[in-house]
Design a protein around this ligand. Structure first.
Ligand code: C2O
Ligand code: CU
Ligand code: CU
Length: 461
């Protein structure tokens, strides 16, 4: 009985963070990083893109086939690039032998296109969704969201990137040559069994499945070869539960240019950036003065090597990072609004709750008027053992952080967000507005917590 096994294993760990318990292997850099293909539009009349959830076999380890899930392929998915202002149709097809949904994380869409747990697509069935891209340029992503089995499906490989471009993103002069100096990076940790299979049931932890093996874009032991130029890295923490703190091994700084939902107003110089599951950051690393002698790598908090870089002797494009990129603002008015929604995150393992309750697809937890900004206060209530970080996410919107424990958020969080990491005993105020009507989820993005009921529903009227 696997649940007993989990109990034993996890009780020993108590409330220590998983990251301390299972460390991640260093990337040896022997494999060139895979770049997800860009999804082509269909020429078929009326349907613009087709996304199929599939099961397949992937050679992650040399000469070994691992059973995995993917979109339009056996593992992970292609990158969909949409333009602000266009009307998009996506035909979603479930070719798995189990239910799934297609959720567009961070996308401001009508609830019937959002792909939450209510939007089940049965095996062999399909659904066409249509929406107008109404938000600004950002790095978003998509993944399944079926009730109770999201963690397993994402773990098995269902995740893809969704880029939005707009006039601003195209005119800033930022590195934007896809796969060359504009690099998608999906970081995930996995636990492979002796047969090099992803045995979710055996690996599963109710506080979030943590692996010892890093995959970046599905690549084991990845390295990235770059020319001597500025390179934009679009970081996505696509893991079920692990937090990553990205740094350069030299201790040098880099600049962050975008948050989950768009560009920062100005580039922010940083030495490290931490992303909880589902958070994104776009950063720029300058290789223009480097050469093959430089041993540069992206490393994790503990120094473990996530992605070594190899600098070629080619000089690349000359790009600049503009000093002004966006006009994001948090108005006085928004800052003075009273708190009208309180969300209390609590618990661990299968005892997790929001406001003392577990998810019920029949229950509406909050209602909010379309187009009206409300202040939500998210509190991570500790227990006697301290508690743990919960990454909090809301569907169908990008929100603004007003404060963390009463203080202004750090500079690199002064931009659009759809997910935020909340420490035990931390109280975060956010300004939330929905542009569309319907029922949207809010939940902890440790996927096992979500599956264990750490999720609620807001009805926008
Ligand atoms: Cu990334 Cu409810 O999702
Ligand atoms: Cu989402
Ligand atoms: Cu949680």
């Amino acid at each position: 009985d696997h649940s007993m096994m989990d109990m034993d294993g996890d009780m020993m760990e108590g409330h220590m963070s998983h990251d301390e318990v299972v460390s991640l292997n260093d990337s040896t850099g022997e494999n060139e990083l895979k770049i997800p293909s860009m999804l082509e539009r269909d020429d078929e009349e009326g349907v613009v893109y087709t996304v199929r959830a599939q099961k397949g076999k992937t050679e992650i380890f040399d000469g070994i086939e691992t059973t995995t899930y993917g979109y339009n392929g056996s593992f992970l998915g292609p990158m969909l690039r949409l333009e602000k202002g266009e009307t998009v149709k996506i035909r979603t097809i479930n070719e798995l032998d189990e239910n799934t949904t297609f959720h567009w994380h961070g996308l401001d869409v009508p609830a019937d296109a959002d792909g939450g747990p209510h939007d089940v697509i049965k095996p062999g069935e399909e659904k066409i969704i249509e929406f107008e891209v109404s938000q600004e340029a950002a790095t978003l992503w998509f993944h399944p969201h079926p009730e109770g089995i999201t963690a397993e499906q994402v773990y098995n490989g269902l995740a893809g990137l969704l880029y939005i471009e707009d006039d601003n993103s195209k005119s800033l002069g930022l590195p934007s040559d896809y796969g060359k100096n504009d690099i998608p990076l999906i970081f995930q940790d996995k636990l492979f069994d002796d047969e090099k299979q992803l045995n979710f049931i055996a690996a599963m932890n109710d506080d979030g499945t943590i692996g010892d093996t890093l995959l970046v874009n599905g690549t084991l032991n990845p390295k990235l070869t770059v020319d001597k130029e500025k390179v934009r890295l679009r970081l996505l923490n696509g893991s079920n539960a692990r937090n990553f703190t990205f740094k350069l091994n030299t201790g040098d700084s880099f600049v962050q240019i975008a948050t989950d939902g768009g560009f920062l107003n100005e580039p922010v110089v940083l030495k490290e950036v931490t992303l909880a599951p589902s958070e994104r950051a776009e950063i720029i690393v300058d290789f223009s003065q480097m050469n093959s002698e430089n041993d540069l790598a992206l490393v994790n908090e503990d120094g473990s090597i996530l992605l070594p870089f190899e600098v070629s002797n080619q000089s690349g494009a000359v790009s600049t990072i503009p000093g002004e990129m966006n006009d994001f603002s948090l108005t006085e008015e928004e800052m003075e609004l009273p708190v009208t929604k309180k969300v209390e995150l609590f618990g661990m393992m299968d005892q997790v709750t929001i406001n003392g309750k577990k998810f019920d697809s029949e229950r509406i937890d909050f209602t909010q008027q379309q187009g009206v900004t409300e202040v939500w206060e998210i509190y991570n209530k500790p227990d006697e053992m301290g508690g743990m970080i919960h990454p909090f996410h809301i569907h169908g919107t990008q929100f603004k952080i007003i404060s963390r424990n009463g203080e202004a958020p750090p500079e690199n969080e002064r931009g659009w967000k759809d997910s935020i990491s909340i420490e035990p005993d931390e109280r975060v105020k956010i300004a939330v507005k929905f542009n569309n009507k319907g029922v949207y989820m809010f939940h902890c993005h440790i996927l096992e917590h979500e599956d264990n009921g750490m999720m609620g529903q807001v009805k926008v009227e």
